[in-house]
Design a binder for this molecule. Structure first.
Ligand SMILES: [Zn+2]
Length: 282
C-alpha cells in the first residue's frame, strides 16, 4: 500500500492523482471470474472508492448475461408494495421540487432499469407519464407492461432518442455497476430536459466505516465483488456531475444508516426550489 502502488488502476473519473489500495477483497459469488479478488482502492483526489483492476468483459458477462438477477423477492406482494411506496415517494418529491406539470405528463427514462420500478411508480400516478426503460439484460423486457418503450441495449441506443428529452432520468442502484460511469452519465446528460434531473441512488460506505477497515467492508451488505465497482462520496459525485455539465443539486447519505446515498444532478442554473428554501439562493 502507498501512493506509488503500481497495481492500482487510475480513478475511473479521470483524476490525475493516483489511487491507493486498502487491500484485497475476495469475490462474493462463485462464478468463474478472471481473478479471485479485487483491490479496494481510494482516489486521493476525489475520494471515490473503487475496485482495481476493473472487471473484464468476461466477468461482466458472467454477472449479467449468464446468471439471472431477479429472485422471488421481487414478486412477493408485500415487497412489491414496499418498493413502489418508496420509489413513488421519490417521484413525488422530484416532481414537486422541479415544478413539473403532472397533468401534462412527465417523460421518464430509467437506466439499467431491470423491473423498471420508477416507470411503474410513474404509471401508477397517471397514464399521461411517458416511460422508457433501458437495460443491457433482456431479462425484464417482456415483464414490464408499465413501460411504454423498453430498450434492450446500451444507454447510447438510438431507439431512446425519439422519446428525449427526459425530465426524470433515474438510476437506482445502477451506477455502482458501471465500468465507465462518465460515459453513461454523458449519454444521460445529452437527453436531459432543461427542467430535468438525473436521480441516482447507490451504495455509499459501510456503517461506521473507518478508513481502511476491510473487515467492515467485507460485512457490508453492499459489498458485491466484482459486481459493485465503485462507491461515490459527495465530492466524487460533484466531480462526476461537473464533468458532464451538471450541478450536484442535492446529496444525502442519510439512507440506510449511511450505507446508501441519493444524488440529484441538474443542468446548471436550474436549482430545485428545495435548494432555494434551504440556502436562500436566487
Ligand atoms: Zn478521483
Amino acid at each position: 500500500m502507498g501512493v506509488d502502488d503500481p497495481v492500482v488502476r487510475p480513478c475511473p473519473l479521470g483524476c490525475a492523482e493516483r489511487g491507493t489500495s486498502y487491500g484485497t477483497l475476495e469475490n462474493t459469488v462463485g462464478y468463474a471470474f478472471s481473478r479471485k479478488g479485487y483491490d479496494l482502492a481510494r482516489c486521493g483526489s476525489c475520494k471515490l472508492i473503487y475496485l482495481s483492476p476493473a472487471p473484464t468483459d468476461a466477468d461482466l458477462r458472467a454477472l449479467y448475461v449468464e446468471n439471472g438477477q431477479f429472485g422471488d423477492e421481487y414478486t412477493d406482494p408485500k415487497r412489491v408494495e414496499a418498493i413502489l411506496e418508496y420509489i413513488g415517494h421519490c417521484f413525488d418529491r422530484l416532481a414537486k421540487e422541479r415544478g413539473w406539470n403532472m397533468s401534462a405528463g412527465v417523460r421518464v427514462l430509467e437506466v439499467g432499469a431491470g423491473l423498471a420500478w420508477m416507470c411503474r411508480a410513474a404509471k401508477l400516478r397517471g397514464a399521461q407519464h411517458k416511460t422508457v426503460a433501458q437495460d443491457v439484460s433482456p431479462e425484464a423486457v417482456e415483464a414490464c407492461p408499465w413501460v411504454d418503450k423498453y430498450v434492450h441495449g446500451y444507454v447510447s441506443d438510438a431507439a431512446i432518442d425519439p422519446y428525449a428529452p427526459f425530465q426524470l432520468i433515474s438510476m437506482t442502484h445502477v451506477i455502482e455497476h458501471l465500468v465507465d460511469p462518465r460515459s453513461v452519465l454523458a449519454e444521460c446528460r445529452a437527453r436531459l430536459a432543461p427542467d430535468g434531473v438525473i436521480f441516482i441512488t447507490a451504495p455509499h460506505r459501510p456503517r461506521e466505516w473507518r478508513e481502511g477497515d476491510l473487515e467492515a467492508w467485507r460485512k457490508y451488505s453492499y459489498n458485491h465483488v466484482p459486481a459493485h465497482i465503485q462507491y461515490f462520496s459527495e465530492g466524487s459525485m460533484r466531480k462526476l456531475a461537473e464533468s458532464v455539465g451538471c450541478e450536484l443539486a442535492y446529496w444525502s447519505h442519510d439512507h440506510e444508516g449511511g450505507e446508501a446515498f441519493e444524488a440529484w444532478l441538474t443542468p446548471p442554473g436550474k436549482r430545485p426550489s428545495l435548494w432555494r428554501r434551504l440556502f436562500g439562493a436566487g
